[in-house]
Ligand binder design. Structure first.
Ligand code: AMP
Ligand code: MG
Length: 333
């Protein structure tokens, strides 16, 4: 009897603790970097979410390709600029990841992207002469860095859209951690950065969208203190003559990446790495991307393929539950 009573009291305490934690959730939503963002914090120190938001807005002012006052805009306009440390570091990071991914990620893709209309949403299919002329200006060897000044060969322009949100999510994470928060969910337009576990001590449950029906979850990842970033051409696209054209461009062809993949989700302890890799692996296609994982192993991944299979890397396999039974799960080793 005594034992039953203490079990009941313990259960009640756990229940009350989790209710208390749920009550203390503060959600801050805002629009930045062309997408909806939210920061969920738990506990007393919710004003640190505002600091994180301010940080994202200040980064947007540096990295935006469309804001005439941004550092990146100035560089693209003049072709040569002295840059602040942060913009310089992110450019260097993107160039380095371009080399590591054999050009699948390439920040110099911007003139091509712009021609497709993805930057401003005025979509069109470029003609082949225009595309091949623009592709001549794509390549990281056309970017020159000397201390803090960057110069671009004629016709070359940079876009940090594939890495900026991931970098910003990592910055938010740092701010919340420095402010002694132990539990938070940062969602910068699908770039998720998790601080700690849920307030009740359980892992976060992060949905991996079904690319064919993005409001539904294809599966759930149960994870703690990591970044989770998904890329796919279902996220931003336009349709013409019954064909869809997505926003992730294969720098080798100048056309939207079109291979056996529907989406790539990358999980690691760096939001910046996850963001860079999810875009790059999406361009590579499953075979090359899975080999990239085998060669590097500094991240985990969930690949959703057009043949209705979901390929999940070994380490994360146990944390992924498939919700959509039309798909078949496979382990990558
Ligand atoms: P993400 O949503 O992180 O996968 O990044 C996609 C965004 O990165 C696009 O909207 C473009 O701004 C840019 N982008 C598209 N293709 C590439 C590419 N191959 N390399 C670098 N950036 C790209
Ligand atoms: Mg990315």
């Amino acid at each position: 009897m005594k034992r039953t009573l203490s079990v009941l009291i313990l259960a009640l305490c756990i229940f009350l603790t989790s209710c208390k934690a749920e009550e203390e959730k503060t959600s801050l939503s805002f629009y930045a970097m062309d997408t909806i963002m939210s920061i969920d914090t738990y506990g007393e120190n919710s004003e640190s979410a505002s600091l994180a938001k301010e940080r994202v807005l200040s980064l947007e002012k540096l990295f935006s390709v469309t804001d005439e006052n941004s550092e990146l805009f100035a560089l693209n306009e003049s072709g040569s600029e002295e840059l602040g440390k942060e913009t310089l570091e992110l450019i260097k990071y993107a160039l380095d990841m371009s080399e590591k991914t054999d050009g699948a990620l390439d920040p110099t893709i911007y003139p091509v992207l712009r021609e497709w209309g993805f930057t401003v949403g005025e979509y069109k299919i470029p003609d082949s002469e225009t595309l091949s002329a623009l592709l001549k200006n794509v390549g990281t060897d056309k970017v020159h860095i000397n201390e803090n000044s960057v110069s671009l060969d004629s016709g070359v322009m940079l876009d940090l859209g594939a890495v900026a949100k991931g970098y910003a999510s990592e910055e938010c994470y740092k701010i919340l951690k420095e402010n002694n928060l132990s539990s938070a969910l940062i969602n910068l337009g699908g770039n998720i950065r998790l601080l700690g576990s849920r307030p009740d001590g359980n892992p976060w449950r992060i949905g991996v969208a079904d690319p064919l029906s993005p409001s539904d979850n294809l599966g759930i990842l149960s994870v703690t203190d990591c970044a989770v970033v998904t890329s796919g051409n279902y996220q931003r696209y336009f349709e013409e003559n019954g064909k869809t054209y997505g926003h992730i461009i294969d720098p080798k062809t100048g056309f939207p990446a079109d291979n056996d993949l529907l989406s790539v989700t990358v999980i690691s302890d760096s939001g910046t790495l996850c963001d860079a890799l999810s875009t790059a692996l999406f361009v590579m296609g499953s075979e090359k991307a899975e080999q990239f994982w085998r060669d590097n192993k500094n991240f985990e991944a969930v690949f959703v393929l057009k043949d209705n299979t979901v390929h999940v890397t070994e380490e994360i396999y146990g944390s992924f539950s498939l919700e959509n039974k039309d798909f078949e799960l496979k382990i990558i080793q």
